[in-house]
Design a protein around this ligand. Structure first.
Ligand code: S3P
Length: 441
């Protein structure tokens, strides 16, 4: 999906200073488009993430017959067609790099009276979909996948799902959301129980669109047969995008950086707790609410970080932040231990293996375990490290390079556009030494 191959050249820049605002939240942007599309009436979305993942989701609803206008960047006006107003698409629906897009859409499309096919890029085509297929089949959905539950997914026409009471085998907001979205079309009450609470944006947003949902950490219930009413959604800045700057400014001496209006949903801010345990100096101010989500300004100043054993209870609340945490650990004093994080192996890449080999290439002392890593902090050198097309790994390695003794060439960075368009420019404006470069073929 992302354009031409792209490398980055990154190296020591300046202390990170000033004020920045990172783009809108990816999870919220996906859900806003999905629910607005099947609501009755016209919804507007402000702060929409103009990333490839979320644009792919919007384009899919265009194929399904929903009119979506983009009056200006980061805004969408969505003319909802109602719960039963989607139409069959003429061709496959391309989710690009987005696991969230594909898994949530599988749930939403499972209850439609027409067939659909969901496809994705090379990375998404390797990611496990059995975790959504299994509960959706139990609800009566007919879904075909490649061997091993891999995409593409063919979702066959259905004329009535049945609610289930489902206990998630893994803590996954994507699986929970797929089941809840199918539950909109099911007879009876759908119940989802989680081993650890995960992000609750689907539940919150369903409520904002007027669907009765009962939820508390680890549990969500809803009944089929209601309606969604159009509403206006304000998307907060993405904590996961802010995370790169929290780590970078903690590490680079002399930094003092303000991140404006960051989404602070407690199911997302585990990294903040982990960094504070490591000794980071991050303060919050101006706490408020944006579109029903807590937001705050975060001021981060350089501090000496110490290694920690990351509490396993924090893992689901920082699941997307481990590549950045690994960098913090590689430059902290002492050892950091990560465990209980096997899910990292089935993200956009195997984030344990890819981070271990990339950091090792820069001289770090890191060993993998099946569900985490042991990282002994020290110094990093320049060199070459590959992101394997994983957006969060590319950005994390750009942080590592700010502290490395020489320049780092980071390979395969084009996918950063999936979640953080404009990262290079924003990072440079804050002080990063970073530029795009054509890859060496
Ligand atoms: C997401 C949930 C998480 C996260 C992903 C976005 C979501 O995945 O890693 O980036 O929007 O629901 P899992 O719920 O599968 O862990």
């Amino acid at each position: 999906m992302s354009g031409a191959p792209l490398d980055w050249l990154a190296g020591q820049g300046k202390a990170l200073t000033g004020e920045i605002t990172v783009p809108g939240d990816k999870s919220v942007s996906h859900r806003a488009v999905m629910l607005a599309a099947i609501a009755e009436g016209e919804s507007s979305v402000e702060g929409f993430l103009e990333g490839e993942d979320t644009r792919a989701t919007a384009a899919i609803f265009g194929q399904l017959g929903v009119r979506i206008e983009a009056p200006s960047p980061s805004r969408r006006r969505i003319h909802g067609v109602g719960l039963h107003g989607l139409r069959a698409a003429a061709g496959p629906l391309d989710c690009g790099n987005a696991g969230t897009g594909m898994r949530l859409l599988a749930g939403l499309l499972a209850g439609q009276a027409f067939d659909s096919e969901l496809v994705g890029d090379a990375s998404l085509s390797r990611r496990p979909m059995g975790r959504v297929i299994e509960p959706l089949r139990r609800m009566g959905a007919r879904i075909e996948a490649r061997e091993g539950g891999l995409p593409p997914l063919r979702i066959l026409a259905n004329n009535g799902l049945q609610a289930i009471d489902y206990e998630l085998p893994v803590a996954s907001a994507q699986v929970k959301s797929a089941v809840l979205l199918a539950g909109l079309y099911a007879r009876g009450e759908t119940v989802v129980r989680e081993p650890h609470p995960t992000r609750d944006y689907t539940e919150r947003m369903l409520s904002a669109f007027g669907w009765p949902v009962r939820f508390s950490p680890g549990l969500a219930r809803l009944e089929g047969g209601h309606r969604l009413r159009a509403t206006d959604v304000q998307v907060p800045a993405d904590f996961s995008s802010a995370a790169f700057f929290l780590v970078a400014a903690s590490l680079v001496p002399g930094s003092d950086l303000l991140l404006r209006r960051v989404g602070m949903n407690p199911r997302r801010t585990g990294l903040l707790a982990a960094l504070r345990l490591m000794g980071a100096d991050i303060s919050e101010s101006g706490a408020g609410e944006q579109g029903g989500e807590p937001v705050a300004d975060l001021r981060v100043r350089h501090a000496r970080l110490r290694g920690i054993a990351v509490p396993e209870a924090l893992v689901p609340d920082m699941i997307d932040e481990f590549p950045a945490l690994f960098v913090a650990a590689a430059l902290a004093e002492g050892e950091t231990r990560v465990s209980g994080a096997a899910e990292l192996r089935v993200k956009e890449s195997d984030r344990i293996a890819v981070m271990a080999s990339a950091l090792r290439a820069l001289g770090a002392d890191i060993s993998e375990t099946p569900d985490g890593a042991h990282i002994r902090g020290g110094r990093l050198a320049g060199g070459q490290a590959d992101s394997h097309g994983d957006h969060r790994i590319a950005m994390s390695l750009a942080i590592a390079a700010q502290l490395a003794s020489g320049e780092v060439r980071i390979g395969d960075c084009a996918n950063v556009a999936t979640s953080f368009p404009g990262f290079v420019e924003l990072a440079r404006s804050a002080g990063f030494g970073l530029r795009a470069a054509p890859p060496i073929l």
